[in-house]
Ligand binder design. Structure first.
Ligand SMILES: Cc1ncc(COP(=O)(O)O)c(C=O)c1O
Length: 442
């Protein structure tokens, strides 16, 4: 399928009818930015119910890693579905779950023997990590970072510090959860610039949190996104993760990397933490791991994941169909798509940096591979956040046949399927260029 191809005004009549019905019966808590109603997809192209085609640089929030309905993934799903759909891997055995555990034992970004716990989503993968950290260390404290997103169940939500609306009305978070600033070099939290940035954020943990609020021997884990996702696709300086590893090791604190958004090839490496040369103790993934089938994986060093039968489980977790989809996804990532994410990602980022000459609205372009953030500002010197402009650029892209999402308060994010071609990257650049011009003109 080629895109864009727009046949009706947006939303078209069928889309509009479905959105009207949705409004009556679906939870009001969902945040739909624009009226896209999916009918089908292929690769990086999606078609709505009125036959309009869009280039998809959102991938269902960074999920459709191998593209929409990749034929090999679909074949693996069908083959497994014809054998059996479910048998609960917590009470019975089946090979697809064991095989996937073996694959994670090979690919997880740290040495030694590993074990994996299987669930259905990112928040569950992180919930398992929190419980595992508390159980295995016999400590209760968890340190996370401002701007982070780890999910919406109450444990994960307690670590999430992305937008206040996500916490508002849900009462006190899990006791023992603390937050430190995340090193955002474009907006250095200490105002001292990139050289001091990582040091200051870590000094806050060392000299403030661990001195005034919680004793290090009561901290079970630090949970960190190697590249912050919902917070605005923020890439920390390399020394940040390295020093965080030293700090956690010094105090016997587990280092847990939330790779739900950044993992599974998106950044041009299997795991984003590999860019920083650091080995965590626990890694969590979901989103892209099974190309769109629900799956969460929490992988830990084997000696950390040695809790007794009954300590933690999930009826649906590690569903055999999701495991089959994940194994084919990982094969495709390893054989070609990680490389493609790195190559096309560099190409797209170069193109975006070139657009900065023409569009003062672009304050910063950052990312790795196909995890790309574009921060919009009203003034490059003051860095005043271009919040409404960001939303208008997202809408203008939709109107021209490109699906993208926002991240943070004023950034655009590009998280396309990892099958994106350079020709499609050119289309995305052209539409972004036009959308930025539309919004600048008012
Ligand atoms: C880094 C990160 N962790 C966890 C989650 C939660 O994943 P889920 O929505 O599958 O629960 C997300 C979702 O955006 C995420 O980006």
């Amino acid at each position: 399928m080629d895109a864009p191809l727009l046949k009706t005004p947006l939303p078209g009549p069928k889309a509009k009818a479905i959105i009207d019905r949705d409004r009556e019966v679906v939870s009001t808590s969902y945040t739909r930015g624009y009226p896209f109603v999916m009918a089908r997809g292929e690769g990086a192209v999606v078609e709505d119910v009125d036959g309009n085609r869009f280039l998809d640089c959102a991938a269902g929030i960074a999920v459709n890693s191998t593209g929409h309905s990749h034929p090999q993934v679909v074949a693996a799903i069908v083959e497994q579905a014809q054998k059996f759909l479910h048998m609960s891997g917590t009470d019975f055995y089946y090979e697809p779950q064991v095989r996937l555990g073996e694959v994670f034992n090979e690919i997880a970004p740290f040495d030694g023997q590993k074990r994996s716990f299987f669930s259905n989503s990112g928040t569950e993968a992180n919930e398992a990590a929190i419980k595992l950290a508390r159980y295995s260390t016999k400590r209760h404290g968890i340190i996370a970072f401002l701007g982070s997103f780890h999910g919406r169940t109450l444990g994960s939500l307690s670590m999430t510090a992305s937008r206040a609306i996500q916490r508002k009305g849900f009462g006190p978070p899990l006791a023992g959860t603390y937050h430190a600033p995340y090193p955002n070099c474009y907006r250095c939290p200490s105002g001292r610039g990139p050289a001091a940035c990582a040091a200051d954020c870590l000094n806050f943990i060392q000299d403030q949190l661990l001195v005034h609020l919680i004793s290090p021997d009561e901290v079970a884990a630090v949970m960190v996104e190697p590249i912050q996702g919902e917070g605005g696709y923020i890439v920390p300086p390399p020394q940040f993760h390295q020093r965080l590893r030293e700090l956690t090791r010094q105090h016997g604190i587990l280092l847990m990397c939330d790779e739900v958004q950044s993992g599974m090839g998106r950044t041009g490496r299997m795991f984003a933490i590999e860019h920083f040369g650091v080995h965590p103790d626990v890694v969590t993934v979901a989103k892209g791991v099974a190309s769109g089938m629900p799956l969460g994986v929490t992988t830990a060093r084997a000696e950390v994941m040695s809790w007794p039968p009954g300590a933690h489980a999930s009826t649906f977790g590690g569903n055999p169909v999701s495991c089959a989809a994940a194994m084919t996804t990982i094969d495709l990532l390893r054989t070609s798509l990680i490389r493609n994410a790195a190559e096309v990602g560099d190409y797209l980022q170069d193109g975006l940096r070139a657009l900065m000459d023409k569009h003062p609205l672009i304050g910063d372009v950052r990312g790795r591979g196909l995890m790309i953030g574009i921060e919009l500002v009203r003034n490059r010197k003051t860095k005043e956040r271009a919040t409404t402009e960001r939303d208008r650029v997202v809408d203008a892209c939709f109107a021209r046949g490109l699906l993208i999402l926002g991240a943070g308060r004023n950034a655009l994010r590009l998280s396309p399927p990892l099958v994106l071609t350079k020709a499609q990257a050119d289309i995305a650049l052209k539409i972004l260029d036009e959308a930025l011009s539309d919004v600048t003109k008012g």
